[in-house]
Design a protein around this ligand. Structure first.
Ligand code: SD4
Length: 344
């Protein structure tokens, strides 16, 4: 029996080393003490979102409650290009929202292609806690939300979204005609960059570790502006836009979701941490996977970024391009925007 157990153990080790790229083993094994509690979130809107999360964390609240309350602040903003109902629409003029949440037990809930609901993150949490499912989509997700008491909001664009949509319509000359998919360039679908040169995205992703050392994460977005109707990004997909493993860490992504989905982005970050990388190294590892898949020409127009927290409260982030930042909060007087390191 002892002999068999030993063989099983060796067998597992062998499988593990076959599955993991060698450079993961060259990762630093430093397990320095980090901050606890701690919340970090993507982009500058993360500063306000962190404040709401911190109010919960500092009273020894649960990380799950913190990451929900935090991103609800961003979902409530009335002038936000990329999160909540004020955000930019799809190419047919409708705002469609994606969100996901994961708790310390590895439970996950998500909604995608959801319309006219102000707080998709809370609907995602209800999916996780009140249904046997992980993801609800479109009209089914909306029906569930209404049944759960979420108000159905008006189908109307915010002033800034309407303006941006009108401008985009003119420039792209988009008409819902057959074969528009054959149009060359990205105008008929999405601009990868807005006219001011900034990248087309700004999802809020938030991850936290609470005073008890438990991890949770949330992610909510309108996806890429002027996307095809029905398009779903990485944000509502566990292992792509968000992943939490309470034994290892939590990670969330922002950027071109198609690229993140194709490398199972946040799952890749967590597995890299499991095998010894610190959060920044793990995010960099996932970013390099994205870069490797693309030509030098194509990658210039792609931004993808990851942020991560490990089980010890260490944190880090990494992006393909310059310009990504994330907000870090671990005290009443510490809530700072950090410029991420980047690859290109
Ligand atoms: C998506 N990843 O739908 C999202 C967009 C995003 O910052 O991150 N925006 O692809």
């Amino acid at each position: 029996m002892i002999h068999r157990r030993r063989i099983l153990k060796l067998g597992t080790m062998g499988f593990g080393s076959m599955m993991i790229a060698p450079n993961i083993f060259s990762a630093s094994k430093k397990l320095s003490a980090g901050k606890k509690p701690l919340v970090i979130s993507t982009w500058n809107t993360g500063i306000n979102a962190n404040k709401a999360a911190w109010e919960i964390l500092k009273k020894n609240g649960r990380a799950l409650d913190a990451v929900e309350a935090g991103v609800m602040v961003t979902e409530s903003e009335t002038d936000n290009c990329c999160v909540g109902l004020s955000a930019y629409p799809d190419r047919d003029g409708h705002v469609t929202l994606d969100a996901s949440i994961m708790d310390e037990y590895g439970n996950a809930g998500s909604v995608c292609f959801l319309e006219r609901i102000k707080h998709p993150i809370s609907v995602a949490r209800r999916v996780m806690e009140k249904t046997p499912h992980v993801m609800l989509a479109g009209s089914g997700a909306q029906q569930f939300a209404v049944e759960q008491g979420f108000p159905l909001e008006k189908d109307k664009l915010s002033d800034s979204a309407q303006k941006a949509y009108d401008a985009w319509l003119k420039k792209s000359e988009y008409k819902p005609v057959k074969n528009i998919e054959n149009t060359k360039g990205d105008n008929a679908f999405i601009p990868m960059r807005f006219d001011d040169g900034s990248f087309n995205h700004d999802t809020i992703g938030m991850i936290a570790i609470d005073a008890n050392g438990n991890l949770s994460g949330s992610c909510t977005t309108s996806g890429l502006a002027f996307k095809m109707r029905g398009r779903v990004g990485d944000s509502p997909i566990p292992g792509a836009g968000l992943y939490v493993d309470n034994e290892v860490g939590a990670a969330v992504s922002t950027g071109v979701g198609e690229e993140v989905i194709k490398i199972c982005g946040t799952h890749t970050v967590i597995e890299a941490m499991r095998h010894g990388m610190n959060p920044e190294e793990a995010c960099k590892y996932a970013v390099e996977r994205v870069i490797k898949r693309n030509s030098a020409e194509k990658i210039k127009d792609i931004q993808v970024a990851f942020i991560a927290i490990d089980k010890n409260g260490n944190y880090g982030g990494y992006a393909v391009q310059k310009g990504f930042n994330y907000a870090v909060c671990y005290a009443d007087d510490y809530n700072e925007l950090i410029d991420s390191k980047y690859a290109l």
